[in-house]
Ligand binder design. Structure first.
Ligand code: GLA
Length: 389
């Protein structure tokens, strides 16, 4: 839905003017399952987003219309409760404001999204980040963008039960067009890396295998890493996370770890290293070298971290045999999208061939998203506002 149509839908429903906010989904070039291990990741926002039309309410209630789902819900500050429906994410954000002593009044809102859900593009982080940003603006709470990142993460942890890292909300809030960020998940700081794709483009292929992180093995992976750290501390008491563990340290402590925990830590330690190497390659515009690291990440995710699926493996294998520069499963895993870095002139051929071959193999149609990099969460205007100026 366009900004203007959403604003009109709001006015029809609530009979006054809303403020408009945009909150994007994200891709991650490399550094997967690394944020909660305090390493480095490389995400950026894309041109698929939530749009919110919001205004303070007159009755202290929170009333939302999810226009894409044609659902309307109203609740008060006393009704906030965990769950895994869209309103629970919003409730979690409101609760996190409350916990910081930022008690907000009610709001009326409509929202719509072009981010496919369950595709690994962080629709839930965009929902929480955009809503937090809007509350902060509307009630002038004075929270920083980093506060809003932590609020969005807290909503997922406390209200939905996904023990996610900060990457998705950080990317949604801090991205800048024309660059990806090298995000340090220990210090919560970032460096923008300008990315000039020239003759390359980024294509996402949606396996159509849906995942919901709160019910997948995501939390188990995180728990395995934490167990690894606790055991390694027996030999290296100064470490706080896998961020400080070198490959040599891990090998020297191998016998102390179960096979499962060892292999998960093995993946993480190598992936942190790959991400730092990838940042250097990006700085020297070596996209071919970068692509090779993406493939390594994929097979690490698949064989070591075990968060891939047959469909993603098939797509990445096919890509590697068909001149795609780099490809891998992206996001939390267990389905969702693969991210493909390829020469622009190869894109139509790839889409054509993958569509039919994937269908023949899995009896379902993949989706293809040719994405552009975009700005982080921001306030915007509708055509109606522009006309009235
Ligand atoms: C999901 C989580 C992120 C991150 C990725 C994997 O998107 O929300 O915090 O852990 O998976 O890299």
């Amino acid at each position: 839905m366009t900004h203007t149509r959403l604003a009109v839908a709001f006015e029809n429903q609530f009979a006054r003017k809303p403020q408009l906010f945009v909150a994007p989904g994200r891709i991650n070039l490399i550094g997967e399952h690394i944020d909660y291990n305090e390493g480095f990741v490389m995400p950026t926002a894309i041109d698929k987003h939530f749009i919110f039309a919001i205004a303070p309410s007159e009755n202290n209630l929170f009333t939302f219309i999810a226009t894409d789902l044609d659902e309307k819900i109203s609740f008060s500050l006393n009704d906030l409760k965990p769950g895994n429906r869209w309103e629970n994410y919003l409730m979690g954000v409101i609760d996190a404001f409350k916990r910081r002593g930022k008690v907000v009044g009610g709001v009326d809102g409509t929202f719509s999204s072009s981010i496919p859900s369950g595709a690994g593009l962080s629709s839930s982080a965009a929902l929480c980040s955009g809503f937090g940003f809007a509350l902060n603006e509307i009630f002038q709470c004075g929270l920083s963008k980093l506060d809003l990142v932590l609020i969005a993460q807290e909503s997922e942890h406390r209200f939905v039960g996904t023990m996610c890292g900060i990457m998705d909300m950080y990317a949604s809030l801090f991205s800048s067009p024309g660059s990806v960020m090298l995000l340090d998940c220990r210090t919560n700081t970032h460096e923008y890396l300008p990315i000039n794709l020239d003759e390359y483009s980024i294509l996402l292929i949606d396996t159509k295998v849906k995942h919901a992180l709160h019910e997948s093995g995501y939390n188990d992976r995180r728990a395995a890493c934490e167990e690894g750290v606790r055991t390694l501390q027996g030999k290296y008491p100064m470490i706080k996370s896998l961020r400080e563990v070198t490959i040599e340290m891990l090998e020297s402590a191998k016998s102390m770890l179960s096979n499962d925990v060892y292999i998960k830590c093995f993946y993480v330690v190598h992936e942190i290293d790959r991400t730092l190497k990838a940042a250097q390659l990006l700085k020297s515009h070596d996209l071919v070298g970068f692509g090779k690291l993406m493939y390594k990440t994929h097979w690490g995710l698949s064989k070591e971290y075990k968060v891939s699926c047959e469909e993603s493996d098939w797509l990445v294998q096919w890509a590697s045999e068909n001149e795609v520069t780099g490809a891998r499963q992206m996001g939390g895993g267990f389905g969702g999208c693969t991210i493909n870095l390829l020469r622009k002139d190869k894109t139509p051929m790839l889409i054509d061939q993958v569509r039919s071959k994937y269908f023949a193999a899995f009896k379902k149609e993949p989706d293809f998203y040719q994405i552009e990099l975009s700005d982080g969460v921001h306030k915007t205007k509708s055509a109606l506002d522009w006309r009235e100026r």
